[in-house]
Each structure stands twice: as structure tokens, then as C-alpha cells.
Design a protein around this ligand. Sequence first.
Ligand SMILES: [Fe+2]
Length: 245
Amino acid sequence: MLFFKKNKVRLKDIIPSGYTDIHSHLLPAIDDGAKNIEDTLQLVNSLKSFGFESFITTPHTFSGFYDNTKAGIQQTESETKIALEKNNIHNNFKAASEYLLDDHFISLCKKGEILTLKDNLVLVEMSYLNAPIHLYDLLFEMQVAGYKPVLAHPERYMFYHKKIDEYKKLKNAGCQLQLNLLSTVGYYGNEVMEVANQLLKNNLIDFVGSDVHHQKHIESFSKKIEIKEVENLKSIIINNQFFKP
Ligand SMILES: [Fe+2]
């Protein structure tokens, strides 16, 4: 049986049919993802070939960099859906957003100007350099406003890498955690991959996402999974069914 253990599996081969993805940058020319509609069509078609059935795509809302609004995202979403249909792509496709956790985001929560993944669940991210000083106030305020955080790619925040307890603290503060699938093939480096493995091992991950922006991400789905917690990963991917429309 040792023989089988040595055989590593490619990331694209563990995507279950009917998979719902909850994190990507597929809307054209709205953030650092798809540059135009041709790009969008190509990325969606590639992901379809891996077994992706439903897409909840999440352009950045990042004050000062990507000043997206609910109405603006919805406008691009409508145009994109028409283009998808015209090109015979009939998958479920909707837009939410990946919000930077900051004061601007809290003001949007208070106004109800938020695009949720489903129900009151909202995809949020932090800077890769440091957590906001008032992180726990922000998490508290968004929840008082009626929203629940799903924190994107916790394994990519280097400032938490040696502090697994910080992840437990985030969960206790109401955060669910979304792992990037590409972290399991080493796309973001060995350290991120090791933390991804640790988070899975400690049962801290709730959902996964592709976080696909461009073709290089697509190509990396053909790489082999390098983490040990593959069985655990497979069961977490199934959790994404919760978001199936
Ligand atoms: Fe993202």
C-alpha cells in the first residue's frame, strides 16, 4: 500500500462534481482579476472543466484601490451573465465581493450596502502586512450590523504563521475560515502551504475557494497537492455545498 501513498493527486482531480466556488475574481476589468470579458470566458471555461458548477465571484472592495460599490458590481454582474449565456455557459453565476476589513467596510455594513455570499455571510480579508489594530472591534461591529465574517485565505497572513492560537481566537470571535485551494500545491510558497496543512489538521477550516485571478492560477490546478491533510481537505471541499444556489 506504500505505493499508493507515494502517488500524489493533482488539485483539479479532487474537485467534486457540482462544486460551488465562493472566492474568485472573474468579473472583467473591475479589480486585479479578469482584464476583459474574453478573459472571463476563458477562466470560467477552464474552471468548468475542473468540475466547478456554481460560481460566487468576489471582486475586491478595497477603499482607495478598488472602489467598487454594490451597484457597480451588480451592473458588471448583469453584463457578464449576458455574455456567459451568449457563449453557451449556463452555470450558476453570481457576484458578491471580497471586502477589506476596515472602517469603510463597516460604514457599508451599517448602510446595508453589502453583497453577501449567502444569507448574512460576507467574505472579508486583511492586509498581508499586518492585522488592523482594531480587528476585533471591526469583527464585532460587522456582526452587530447583522453580518457574519468568512475570512479569506487565513493561511496567507504571515503575521499569524507562528501563532496558531490567533486562528482559534478569530473563530471564537465569529469568523469562519476559507482556505485557498492553491495553497495546497505550494502556489504561495512552502510556509503558506505548511500553515494550510496545520489549519486543516486542527479542524480550523470551514470552506475553500479558488481565488482565481488569471491564467497562471488555472495552470496551477494541474499541480500535485503537497500537503499531508488531503483527506481532510476533501471533506472540507464538500462543505462548500452549503453555498449551492
Ligand atoms: Fe481574493
